[in-house]
Design a protein around this ligand. Structure first.
Ligand code: ADP
Length: 338
């Protein structure tokens, strides 16, 4: 935890540093990769450049070093700069026109089960005969590859187009697979937009009918502004039953409405425990805000257990979860008449 906080701090120094030759551009705007390692209290950083920049690197290194040293907690800071000869080839935009529905899976808060529902709902639709795929756009905590049991590795690129992974019949491409972890923390809006564009338009989604986008928690303005331009984008909200979480959901609804993104409905996750009480907060809220309540999902430790071992809970037939999600999936299919 200590190292994680420390890492956040020094990566922030690096990303916010603006060499005077290119100001107001920042280091994070350049075509480079940061490789960092802390051994005991010694930090080594390699800045790997994929392009030549006319900077005074000695001064840059000295300023970055003293910037990081002011954080404290480190004994030695060693920064080197290397030049990488071969630049990664740029991706192409897919020429094919896709007709898939884009389903944006949003939650106002983290930890409400957004990714779990996203993955299992894509599987549910697939089990009902639809071709489904997922984009995990959550740069801070991408987890869908783990939920599906896909190892972390960059997707193959064929003729400038990324080939998505496929598991249990569901395709996947993810920020977690295309963006190196060390870069994720220092990326800013334009880079995120570029990567999301690549996931959407430079991935071979084939004949996918429903493409789910697992969004980061919060309002995700950067992404939504881009996604609203997709002709078939609509959103699903995931919430827990607590009244307090609905205040934030309300904000998400306002933003979606402002951006003119249709809302398919709200899914109430961890809504009740077997034989436990069941609140009506979300049901009432949905009525008040004129939003469809798509379903209540049971709180069940088995769901967390199977997610953890990368065996999606919907594939466990004995669980109630499977029926609940298939019901919601059917609603979505009919919403094409919903
Ligand atoms: P988010 O994407 O909103 O951050 P996750 O999908 O990662 O949330 O879920 C957070 C945690 O809650 C995970 O450990 C997950 O396995 C667990 N979880 C999700 N839904 C349920 C549920 N209905 N019952 C029990 N645990 C759940």
């Amino acid at each position: 935890m200590l190292n994680f906080n420390l890492k956040k701090k020094y990566l922030s120094v690096l990303s916010n540093y603006s060499p005077k030759e290119i100001a107001p551009k920042k280091l994070s705007d350049l075509n480079l990769k940061i490789i960092d390692q802390i051994i005991k209290k010694d930090l080594s950083i390699t800045i790997e450049l994929y392009q030549e920049y006319d900077l005074d690197w000695n001064r840059t290194i000295a300023e970055l070093t003293s910037g990081i040293e002011t954080i404290g907690k480190l004994k030695k800071v060693n920064i080197i700069v290397t030049h990488h000869k071969s630049q990664p080839k740029p991706l192409k935009q897919n020429k094919k026109q896709f007709n898939h529905k884009l389903i944006l899976v949003c939650s106002a808060k983290g930890g409400v089960g957004k990714s779990t529902i996203c993955v299992n709902l894509a599987l549910a639709l697939n089990m009902l005969g639809k071709k489904t795929a997922i984009i995990d756009s959550d740069i801070y905590g991408p987890s869908t590859h783990h939920l599906l049991g896909i190892s972390k590795a960059e997707p193959k690129v064929k003729d400038g187009i990324m080939m998505p992974y496929e598991k249990h019949g569901v395709k996947l491409n993810s920020m977690g697979l295309i963006v190196p972890e060390d870069k994720a923390l220092m990326w800013r809006a334009p880079m995120l937009t570029k990567s999301l564009n690549n996931l959407l338009y430079s991935t071979d989604w084939g004949d996918t009918e429903y493409l789910f986008v697992d969004l980061p928690p919060g309002t995700g303005d950067v992404y939504l502004t881009l996604l609203k331009n997709h002709p078939n984008a609509e959103a699903i909200l995931i919430s827990t039953p607590q009244k307090i979480s609905l205040i934030d959901v309300s904000r998400s609804i306002d933003l979606l409405k402002k951006l003119d993104i249709g809302i398919l409905g709200i899914i109430e996750n961890m809504a009740y425990k077997e034989n436990g009480p069941m609140s009506e907060h979300v049901t009432n809220f949905a009525k008040e805000r004129n939003i469809k309540h798509l379903g209540k999902i049971l709180y069940d430790d088995n769901i967390a257990y199977y997610s953890d071992i990368s065996e999606p809970a919907i594939l466990q037939k004995k669980l109630n979860f499977s029926n609940e999600l298939k019901k919601i999936a059917k609603l979505l299919m009919h919403n094409d008449n919903v």
